[in-house]
Design a protein around this ligand. Structure first.
Ligand SMILES: [Zn+2]
Length: 327
């Protein structure tokens, strides 16, 4: 009987910051102390691997250790430079970071971030759904009741109202209306000065280059951070070209390099365009472990919320693997 391949645990992070003490204590972010506790837990139970280790395995030149674990950080926040980078470096760990081009290189606010901060600063986030509906009625192109019939339901992390606002503003409405409405809500509930806000929120190229020089790695995450599976062919090409441009500016590899589909939204066409641009792999948000015998353009990832934030005697995901006899 051949030994089963070790399954890869990849953990996905977004905001990591001292959130309770911050100006936005209700932002859905991982507390820095919980991040450190999660690293303790992971280091106790897993063999932490670097992005380079994964590349080596994918190119057929090596094997993963048992219980391998890779850390990934989406969306290119300055949090990653301020808090994550020093924490990883002090432990001799590496991480894989995915900044979209427009926020990294132009400091343009991503629409998803406008929505997140609007929700974080709103006195009653579930009620934002009603506010959105009022804006939609004023615009006149969409009937809120029709949108609610298909998009008003909870998901893994959000109640129905919040999930509805996110869906409608992230991908249901046409791009011009999304930009207009997310801009309005952000100005009303968060800040009139979006440029200054963005300058503080995102990594800079200098940050990224410094992190890379100290062992961190970077991968593509689109240009405007659009839902790739729902983008037109031109939009998709622009997302992937933007990713290539961002990595070139950082000095990170494209050929044989890493890609992460925004919102995990991909399909066969998306994966083909990403692969044809030279990327060797793509990361999704399917919350599963991944077998190196599987599709490298669909590497699944657990969310940080799936794992404990302090050392536990055992680990549910590893027990699941152990029971299946795979690790
Ligand atoms: Zn993202």
């Amino acid at each position: 009987m051949t030994a089963a391949l070790p399954l890869l645990t990849t953990v996905m992070y977004h905001y990591v910051r001292p959130v309770a003490q911050s100006v936005f204590p209700r932002l859905k972010a991982l507390e820095i102390n919980d991040f450190l506790g999660q690293l303790d837990h992971l280091q106790a139970h897993y063999n932490m691997i670097s992005p380079q280790d994964l590349s080596t395995v994918l190119s057929g030149e090596g094997a993963l250790p048992s219980r391998p674990c890779l850390l990934t950080f989406d969306d290119g926040y300055s949090d990653h430079y301020r808090y994550v980078f020093p924490a990883l470096a002090s432990r001799g760990l590496s991480g894989l970071f995915f900044p979209p081009r427009s926020s990294l290189m132009e400091h343009k606010m991503l629409e998803v971030n406008r929505i997140q901060f609007t929700l974080a600063n709103h006195p009653d986030p579930e009620a934002l759904a009603d506010e959105l509906d009022a804006l939609l009625r004023a615009d006149g192109r969409f009937e809120p009741a029709v949108l609610r019939a298909t998009h008003f339901f909870p998901n893994r992390f959000d109640g129905a109202g919040v999930a509805y606002v996110k869906r409608v503003l992230q991908h249901v409405l046409p791009p011009d209306l999304r930009t207009n409405l997310t801009g309005k809500l952000f100005r009303e509930h968060v800040s009139e000065n979006e440029a200054a806000f963005a300058a503080d929120l995102y990594l800079t190229l200098d940050h990224a280059r410094e992190m890379r020089a100290s062992g961190m790695e970077f991968g593509g995450h689109g240009d405007l951070h659009l839902w790739h599976g729902q983008a037109s062919a031109d939009q998709l090409a622009n997302e992937v070209d933007g990713s290539v441009a961002a990595l070139a500016a950082i000095g990170a590899p494209v050929k044989g390099g890493f890609y992460c589909y925004p919102f995990g939204d991909e399909n066969d066409d998306v994966a083909t365009v990403v692969r044809d641009a030279g990327f060797a792999n793509g990361f999704t948000v399917v919350p599963e472990l991944w077998s190196p015998a599987g599709d490298p353009l669909r590497i699944s990832r657990l969310d940080t919320n799936d794992l404990p934030v302090a050392v536990q005697p055992d680990c549910p995901w590893l027990l699941k693997v152990a029971r299946s006899g795979e690790a």
